[in-house]
Write a protein that binds this ligand. Structure first.
Ligand SMILES: [Zn+2]
Length: 206
């Protein structure tokens, strides 16, 4: 049977999407070929546009359109977070996506800094690769009074938090870690012992 090489290339390209295996990528490719051609071409244009016109903010690592990034450079204001925010507090996340989650779920009114991952020496990810050194420069230059560490509870997330905590201690900056433990409406019987132990140790006085 003669198969389309171009279709196979499209399938392989789609399989880089998170959670998409080769079978799903194949189904997606067939579906795209059968779909409205204008809509599919628009998808391809938007993808190309995003890759060329979206940049990350020099200050916090959030995604910005390239013209907003230029505007920010000229105005010397931090456009990402907007006015009336406490720029003396920085919340650290391991990705820009996590910033949006915190922003939507809390009434936090400080500044942010998104790393580009967590420390993982075996994968060649050191402080330079994930943006910690860039953060350090910001901490040394600006008048930061508090840092909130919101990296995940994986081994790498914890190691990254400890690493940044040490930098803050040396710079005399107050540092806190977001709390982890029992989810709201969660029953103890359904949780793993590590989560319960963590929640128990992090209990607070009422
Ligand atoms: Zn920013």
């Amino acid at each position: 049977m003669k198969k389309s090489k171009v279709l196979e290339d499209l399938t392989n390209a789609l399989s880089i999407l998170p959670g998409v295996g080769i079978k799903t990528a194949q189904r997606m490719a067939y579906k795209l070929l059968r779909s409205n051609k204008d809509k599919t071409l628009n998808l391809s244009r938007q993808l190309q546009k995003a890759l060329t016109e979206v940049v990350t903010c020099d200050r916090c690592g959030l995604y910005l359109d390239v013209h907003d990034a230029e505007l920010q450079k000229k105005s010397n204001e931090h456009l990402c977070i907007g006015p009336n925010r406490d720029e003396g507090i920085i919340c650290i996340t391991e990705s820009p996506a996590d910033i949006y989650i915190i922003e939507e779920s809390t009434n936090y009114n400080g500044d942010y800094f998104a790393l580009t991952g967590t420390l993982s020496p075996l994968d060649g990810l050191g402080p330079d690769e994930i943006g910690v050194n860039k953060l350090k420069i910001r901490l040394e230059k600006e008048n930061i009074k508090e840092l909130i560490l919101a990296t995940s509870t994986t081994i790498e997330g914890e190691a990254t938090a400890h690493f940044i905590q040490n930098i803050c201690t040396n710079l005399n900056i107050k540092v806190s870690r977001i709390a982890f433990g029992i989810p709201l409406n969660g029953e103890l019987g359904y949780l793993d012992s590590e989560t319960i132990s963590h929640a128990f140790n992090e209990r607070k006085e009422l």
